[in-house]
Ligand binder design. Structure first.
Ligand code: NDP
Length: 326
């Protein structure tokens, strides 16, 4: 069996050389453990942060050690009464073909579906929590979502609509993504941030101003959103991807928060599973089945291509949730 290890801490954008592919024996499950054959691996932006040394909200990956992350697979051997061979599970030992998982750290699924890494999993919950709990959407609001064609962003724009937003606008990194936002995901307007003048483009897309900003990007996007914000706007600060691979850009107009009385609130989805998990699963399942929520993924085939899928995600090569199929 194969697993990916961190070969070196990346400087700037990661490269293929920052990862080693190692061959290991397939382990036997002991009491209370299960052996899972992984079917889908998640690659996520936060993993880039774990590749840096230093203290954060989650421990750094160690050089020479296997990487980890969300994964979906099937139980192939069980030392636990709770799981049988053939059960589909979610667990956190991705970046490897076979995972030896403590039964207490696995969640049973109804099917080994990649959707549990995306819309029905952590990214979907992140979008939901941001707009229900962190920066609540009210009927008629104008909602701006950055990183809008990605896993969290595409869900956020559509969830905003379902929560009653009057106007939903988004930004993304290519003309194709901008078209998709409007034609597939139902955004009212969208723009490509590579065209520059973010505040000008945002003002045109949101002529009545922004009431709620769902921020996946930080930096200049946050600056533009502050400029176009209405009084008492709510901002959910979800991510800062503009600074994950390069020096973060500061926000020059933070002072606008005072006069406009903006609420800025950062959050981590893991703090909110207990409070919102059940409502999220109920609402999102209903919206998916009534067609009011469209879902896209970018699936990379082949375990050996996992680093490439991760690097591609950071470079914007994905539309919707990036996953690897084994
Ligand atoms: P995405 O599917 O959105 O993939 C990342 C996207 O980021 C790329 O496709 C790319 O799209 C965009 N991007 C890359 N570099 C830049 C840049 N410099 N400026 C603007 N956009 C850029 O990933 P996720 O949906 O999984 O994550 C989105 C955000 O949400 C991330 O910031 C992530 O860290 C955060 N997050 C936070 C959580 C929390 O608990 N707070 C939980 C989960 C995610 P493009 O082509 O548009 O540039």
């Amino acid at each position: 069996a194969r697993e990916f290890r961190l070969a070196s801490r990346p400087t700037g954008y990661p490269t293929r050389e920052d990862f080693t592919l190692a061959e290991v024996a397939v382990p036997e499950p002991g009491p209370g453990q299960i052996l899972v054959r992984n079917r889908y691996l998640s690659v996520d932006p936060y993993m880039r942060g774990r590749m840096n040394a230093g203290e954060s909200y989650i421990a750094p990956f160690e050089v020479g050690e296997p990487l980890e992350g969300g994964a979906v697979g099937e139980v192939v051997a069980s030392g636990s009464d709770e799981f049988a061979v053939g059960d589909a599970v979610w667990h956190f030992l991705g970046w490897r073909e076979y995972a030896l998982v403590d039964a207490s750290a696995a969640q049973r699924l109804d099917a080994p579906s990649s959707h549990y890494l995306g819309i029905l999993g952590m990214p979907g919950l992140t979008a939901y929590v941001g707009l229900v709990g962190i920066a609540p959407v009210r009927a008629g609001d104008t909602v701006f979502v950055s990183g809008a064609a990605g896993a969290v962003g595409a869900a956020a724009g559509q969830i905003a609509r379902r929560l009653g937003a009057g106007r939903v606008v988004g930004s993304a990194g290519s003309p194709e993504k901008v078209r998709l936002l409007v034609e597939e995901f139902g955004f009212d307007a969208a723009f490509d941030y590579h065209d520059g003048d973010l505040a000008g483009q945002l003002r045109e897309a949101a002529p009545d101003g922004v009431d709620v900003y769902f921020d996946n990007v930080g930096g200049e996007h946050l600056e533009a959103a502050l400029e176009v914000a209405n009084a008492h706007a709510r901002f959910a600060l979800c991510g800062w991807i503009s600074g994950y691979n390069t020096e973060p850009v500061g926000v020059r107009n933070l002072g606008l928060v005072v006069g406009k009385r903006v609420t800025l609130r950062g959050y981590l989805v893991r703090d909110h599973e207990e409070e919102y998990g059940e409502a999220f699963r109920r609402d999102v399942s209903a919206w998916l089945s009534d067609g009011g929520l469209k879902y896209r993924e970018t699936i990379t085939d082949g375990f050996e291509n996992t680093p490439g899928a991760f690097i591609g995600l950071l470079r914007g090569e994905n539309v919707g949730k990036a996953v690897v199929a084994l």
